[in-house]
Design a protein around this ligand. Structure first.
Ligand SMILES: NC(=O)c1ccc[n+]([C@@H]2O[C@H](COP(=O)([O-])OP(=O)(O)OC[C@H]3O[C@@H](n4cnc5c(N)ncnc54)[C@H](O)[C@@H]3O)[C@@H](O)[C@H]2O)c1
Ligand SMILES: [Zn+2]
Length: 363
């Protein structure tokens, strides 16, 4: 049975539908659409589909430099102001589509079918695009939500362990940020890489409903929504320092462990808070255990390079680093750390202890 709910947005409300076998119905509904699809997924389209733009889901594709050739393809396929864009893929396809749909002829309608668990539990709602420029990750972007989000659970069948785990880390993060009871309910759904479609559906719904609260109260990232950056500032540096060999979701999971270590080092947590965040990071560790290649990557990581990448993150202010950490009884807060030699050393130490912890999971 398919489920749906509506997200309220200043640029128009949109429906989110979750179920199985939804791709065929979408292709029928938007028979004259231009399809922008991850080239890994070419086999899912009927052979007679003509207006297709293939994009390879690598970081280099979601860049300002790669946007122009796609605009030209849209033009060559005859796309006009009323043309519907159907985007099918993970977060990279979503970022590219959000950006291009927003600028092509000053904006065309579009629908999004997320095909990764990360896309389904997190990025498909919220309307954000993030585009890399000349190697700087997510440097530019905008808000341009689709007119509908269609989550077809059949796409989960081909995802590997790393892709499933990355998605679960984002879902865990959202539920944790929302409330202790939401996180407890997430854990009670027994998230794992071998989830049944029904289990996955429950987790996706829980995660999206939790995220809905943040994006409806703070659509443009001014206050509450910033808490969803938990694990991200630490994680982005891990992605960058490994040239994206550690993927986004996995880096976020490890980033939450770094945040826990920073909070402990600075004695920001009560005993209840320590227990609370520990529940999250032991969930992360249990899942990471299935990915020995991550430990290999971390063992050869240069901590000075990591520290430098952290320093370069665009979310920091001139005089302060900005990080989301658990405080007091484990509730997340946006914390400003002075951008001094001491501040830097503390962050570096939190990374060092956290990475050692992750590497030790595999001993
Ligand atoms: N705009 C946002 O709100 C937002 C939020 C979070 C992440 N992101 C961005 O999204 C990107 C990461 O996204 P992601 O992990 O969802 O996906 P992705 O697009 O990076 O894809 C990851 C891999 O999965 C493959 N893939 C996609 N669907 C598949 C399927 N059904 N079966 C098998 N393989 C499949 C892709 O080909 C690719 O190799 C990052 O660039 C991140 O910055 C954006
Ligand atoms: Zn993320």
């Amino acid at each position: 049975m398919q489920k749906s709910f509506e997200i309220t947005s200043s640029s128009g409300n949109y429906q989110v539908t979750i179920g199985k076998g939804l791709l065929a119905a979408s292709l029928n509904k938007h028979a004259s659409a231009v399809i922008l699809i991850d080239d890994f997924l070419t086999g899912v389209l009927p052979a007679d589909e003509k207006k297709i733009i293939y994009v390879t889901a690598v970081e280099g594709s979601k860049s300002l430099e790669e946007a122009a050739p796609i605009v030209i393809k849209l033009r060559e396929l005859g796309a006009h102001r009323k043309t519907h864009l159907l985007a099918i893929g993970g977060g990279i396809i979503q970022d590219v589509s959000t950006f291009l749909a927003s600028i092509y002829m000053r904006g065309i309608p579009w629908s999004y079918l997320p095909t990764t668990l990360l896309g389904m539990v997190d990025s498909c709602v919220g309307g954000k695009s993030s585009i890399n420029v000349h190697g700087y990750k997510n440097l530019i972007g905008n808000f341009y939500p689709p007119s509908e989000v269609i989550i077809d659970l059949d796409f989960l069948r081909t995802l590997n362990a790393e892709q499933m785990i990355g998605g679960l880390f984002e879902a865990a993060k959202i539920c944790y940020a929302r409330s202790p009871s939401e996180f407890a309910a997430y854990l009670a759904d027994a998230p794992s890489i071998n989830m049944s479609p029904d289990q996955a559906e429950r987790i996706i719904l829980r995660s999206l409903r939790s995220k809905q609260w943040f994006i409806e109260i703070d659509e443009f990232d001014q206050k509450e929504r910033l808490l969803l950056n938990f694990g991200h500032t630490f994680g982005h540096a891990l992605e960058a320092a490994t040239e994206f060999r550690i993927s986004h979701g996995i880096a976020v999971g490890i980033g939450m462990i770094v945040a826990e270590e920073y909070a402990k080092q600075q004695t920001l947590l009560t005993p209840t808070g320590i227990k609370c965040i520990r529940q999250m990071t032991s969930h992360v560790e249990t899942l990471l255990h299935k990915l020995p290649e991550v430990a290999k990557e971390l063992r050869s990581l240069d901590i000075d390079l990591l520290s430098e990448k952290f320093d370069n993150d665009k979310k920091h202010l001139a005089e302060q680093y900005r990080i989301v950490v658990p405080k007091n009884d484990g509730i997340l807060e946006l914390v400003q750390v002075p951008r001094t030699a001491q501040g830097r050393a503390n962050i570096k130490e939190a990374y060092r202890v956290a990475l050692e912890r992750v590497i030790n999971i595999f001993h």
